[in-house]
Structures are given as C-alpha cells and as structure tokens.
Design a protein around this ligand. Structure first.
Ligand code: 5AD
Ligand code: SF4
Length: 482
C-alpha cells in the first residue's frame, strides 16, 4: 500500500467556521462522525488520461480529509463528475448525466454534486446558474479546495473555484490509485502550444513541470508496491523541463528507466515539433521504455497545419517518423487526426488520406472538428458542412481499420511478451487480456491442466509469452507458450 501524506489545505482557518455535528445539521463534517461512517465520495471520470490521473489526485485529497471512497453511486454523499471540454459532444454527455443525477438529488437532498475539470473551468458561474443540481464547480488547479467547498455546500452554500495557477502541480499529493499494475504519473500540467482548435490552454492553463526527483521517487515507490507499468503524462511531454535539476524529458525518461529497470514505461502525449533525437535515442537505448509513440499529426496538409498553429510541416513530421523508425524499426505509432477544420478542402483532406497511407499507423484517433469558444479557430468559418465532415471521417476510419488489420496480420506466428491485465472483456471466464510493449491488446485463453481438470491461471501483472495465431484490426489472439 502507498502511504498517504498529510495534505495541507490552504483554505480557511478552522476559526472561520463553526464545526457542526452531523447530529444536528444536514452538513457533512468529517471531524464529527464518531460511531458513524465517513461520508462517501463517488468520482466519475470523462475525457483524457489526464483526467483519469486528476481523479486519482482528487480521491487522494478527499481521503486525506476523512472521506471514504465508493464505486457505488447509490451510496454516495458526494458525487463528482470530472469533465472534459475538448469537443462539444464531450460536454453534451455531461449535460445529460447531470439531468440523470437529479434523481439522486431528489432521493437525498443532502447530496453534494460537483462538476470538476475542464468543463468547470470553461463554463464556471454559468454551470451554477443554469444547473440547479450543481453545488460546486472546481477547475483543474483548485482541487485542494474540494474538502472545504464540499463542507460548505453541505450547509447549502454553493461554491466555485476556477483560478488557474502557474505553479500548482499537486507535487505533495499522493494520488489514490486503484488499478494495481498500471499507474499514471502526471509529470506536467497545462499547455503553452495554443493550437488554434484546442481549448486545453484555456481550461488547464500554463505549462508547468513537476520536480524530476519526485517523479523518479514516485516511480520507485510504485514499483515497490507492485505496479508493473507507468505512463508519464502531460499534454505535451516533450516540453517537460525541471529547471531545479536542468532535466528535460529525455533525461527524465532515462532516469526513470534506470531507477525502475523492470517497470514498463510509457509516455503520452508527444508534440511532433519538439520530438527530439535525444528522446528517440533514449527510448531506443532502454528495453523497459515501451516501443510505442502517440504522435498526433492532425492533418496532412501544410496549409491546414499552419492554420492550426502546429509549428511543423508535413515534411518535418515525416522526417521525425523516419528517424524513429531508423532507431526503432518495430516501434508502433499512433496519431490524432481532425477532419473538417475550417477551410479544409477536398485536396487538403486527400493529403491527410495519403499521409496516413504512407506512414501506416498502427492506430489512429479520428475526430470531427468541433468549434470551441475562446480558441482562435472559433473565429474562423466552420465551413465544412457536417455531412461532409462525417463522410471524410468515415473515409479515414475505414482506411485506418484496413491498415491496422494488415499490420496486425504481420504479428501472426510471432511470440509476444504480454503484460497480463486481467480477464478479457468479452469472455472473462475463459480468456485473459494483456498488452504488448507496442500497446497492442492480446487475448489468450486460460491454460488448463486437462489431466488434473484444473485451471492454471496467470496472475495479473505477470509477463507471459504468447504466440499469435490470428489478428483483427483491434486485437491479437494467441496461446501462451511460456
Ligand atoms: N475538435 C476536434 N478535435 C479536437 N481535438 C482537440 N481539440 C479539438 C476540437 N476542437 C483533438 C486533437 C487532439 C486530441 C486530444 O483531440 O486531435 O490531439
Ligand atoms: Fe491542445 Fe495543442 Fe496543447 Fe495538445 S498541444 S493540448 S492539441 S493546444
């Protein structure tokens, strides 16, 4: 088990509130539950891995303040939705969820509902004003205030905390992780890139990096407590820099790889502009750094890349891919693509299609352009009709599926080292699921000793050798051979 540090909460001196016992008021008070049980928090996470990691920080903060955590919404005294604002449909999902939560609030009037994360930052006061059900709205840099805001909300005082910080990294907070073998480590927060389509610089604020020493210590503690895989997380990890130790991202990766040589190490997300040779060489040098890079290209047209303020050309991007493949011929690659960015012509789209065909990514995350308020692109004409955006999206989805399928066929007959993650989703009683270091999902049956009629299990967290027998565009299937 990871030991939780005492969290210092900067908000409100004890004298500013009179603590009130649960026996006389409806308010939540974690100091006064003698003989009772601690109030329970339920956290629902939407969006990117950064939010998954932030929810662990939120859980860490709440637990250190005397709350218990629950996975059952019916038991909750506090419900948090950790939200995403990257595209309009992400926000629509939250609006629907809030409608649904009215039922819980009707059942339990003391329930506190909080909207956290990027949508909280974007909508702020508006959320409190338009959604009666919402008690508190808290942006990504204000999570230390959560216990106090919840306490006040339980006495009927709605609260909002959405200041962005230049320094907050939650360095001293131990995230409360529940996975067991795979852990996220946030190494930096915010983004200074200002891609013209992206709301993140406005919802997560300026870029700031955590101390390299604390990150390496955290990786070490995670290994000591049984984790087998870590992912170093940041909106743009390539611009990680810790001035106190003059450590850049390649240095950090090397230090981490050496400190925990048996740990599988991943990272995301990279920006093609500053994907350095030093970083590529560092990956190649260390066996425990997984050979998988997510390198969002967004578009195959130089004109569109410029309008997106991406700071690189298609040629620069292709050169980076060539260098990656020279150093690591078997490195898997994935990307993000936006279709229908303002002014995207059929010719621009064709260039994206051709680039994807040329690079042959192992996987791709593909999106319809969604205009976001406050971004530069918001002021550009959203001039590709919706049906045309959908047509372009379907075209590249089909193409990518074919390419992924073809690439995965090449794994047939190979023996892959697979980290066992747990029972497979489709057949949990008969199959396991794991991942290769290239981030491919591998499904394989439980091994049984037919003579003894017993099942020889593999523990979650084991590395097993699986011979691949068949492959789809999404997964590899095989048998354990050792
Ligand atoms: N519309 C569509 N996709 C977007 N992304 C970011 N902002 C938008 C937007 N406004 C995509 C980018 C990014 C990924 C995380 O989400 O491809 O890399
Ligand atoms: Fe958004 Fe661009 Fe920053 Fe990624 S690099 S978070 S797309 S602004």
């Amino acid at each position: 088990m990871i030991e939780l540090p005492i969290v210092q909460l900067p908000l409100s001196s004890p004298s500013s509130h009179t603590p009130v016992s649960l026996h006389t008021h409806r308010g939540i008070d974690t100091q006064h539950h003698i003989g009772g049980t601690a109030p329970k928090v339920y956290v629902e996470t939407y969006g990117c891995q950064m939010n998954v990691s932030d929810s662990e920080i939120v859980r860490g903060i709440m637990q250190a303040s005397g709350y218990a955590l629950t996975n059952t919404i019916d038991d909750a005294d506090v419900i948090f939705l950790n939200t995403c604002a990257i595209r309009d449909n992400a926000e629509r999902k939250i609006h629907e969820r809030l409608m649904h939560l009215k039922y819980y609030k009707k059942r339990n009037r003391a329930l506190v509902v909080g909207v956290l994360g990027c949508m909280a930052e974007r909508m702020r006061q508006e959320l409190i004003e338009t959604k009666q059900i919402v008690d508190i709205v808290v942006g990504p840099d204000e999570y230390r205030k959560l216990p106090e805001l919840v306490r006040r909300a339980s006495f009927g005082e709605k609260g909002i905390a959405v200041k962005l910080s230049r320094v907050e990294t939650y360095d001293d907070i131990e995230p409360l992780r529940t996975d067991g073998i795979s852990a996220w480590i946030t190494i930096m927060r915010g983004c200074d890139k200002f891609c013209t389509f992206c709301v993140v610089p406005f919802t997560r604020g300026r870029e700031r990096s955590r101390s390299a020493r604390l990150i390496v210590d955290e990786a070490q503690r995670l290994w000591d407590s049984g984790f087998k895989e870590i992912t170093l997380l940041g909106q743009n990890v390539n611009s990680y820099y810790d001035p106190s130790s003059d450590t850049d991202f390649a240095d950090l990766l090397r230090m981490t790889a050496r400190a925990v040589p048996q740990m599988r190490i991943r990272y995301t997300t990279s920006h093609p502009y500053d994907m350095s040779n030093k970083l590529i060489a560092t990956m190649a040098e260390h066996n425990n750094i997984c050979k998988y890079i997510h390198l969002p290209v967004q578009s195959g047209s130089d004109r569109i890349l410029q309008a997106m303020n991406r700071h690189y050309s298609v040629e620069h991007y292709k050169e980076r891919i060539r260098t990656i493949r020279t150093y690591m011929p078997h490195c898997a690659l994935s990307t993000d693509i936006i279709v229908g960015f303002p002014t995207e012509t059929l010719e621009d789209h064709r260039m994206t299609v051709e680039l994807m065909e040329e690079i042959r990514y192992d996987g791709a995350y593909m999106f319809l352009y969604s205009p976001r308020e406050r971004t530069k692109a918001w002021k550009m004409p959203d001039d590709v009709p919706h049906e045309e955006k959908v047509r372009r999206l379907n075209e590249i989805i089909d193409q990518q599926q074919r390419i992924s399928h073809e690439i995965n066929q090449q794994s047939i007959g190979t023996i892959e080292q697979v980290l066992v993650e747990g029972p497979s989703r489709r057949n949990p009683h008969t199959e396991w699921q794991g991942r290769t270091d290239t981030n491919k999902v591998v499904i394989f049956p439980h091994r049984t000793d037919a003579a003894a009629h017993t099942r020889l299990g593999y523990a979650v967290g084991n590395i097993v050798h699986v011979q691949i027998e068949r492959a789809s565009s999404a997964s590899l299937f095989g048998q354990v051979v050792g």
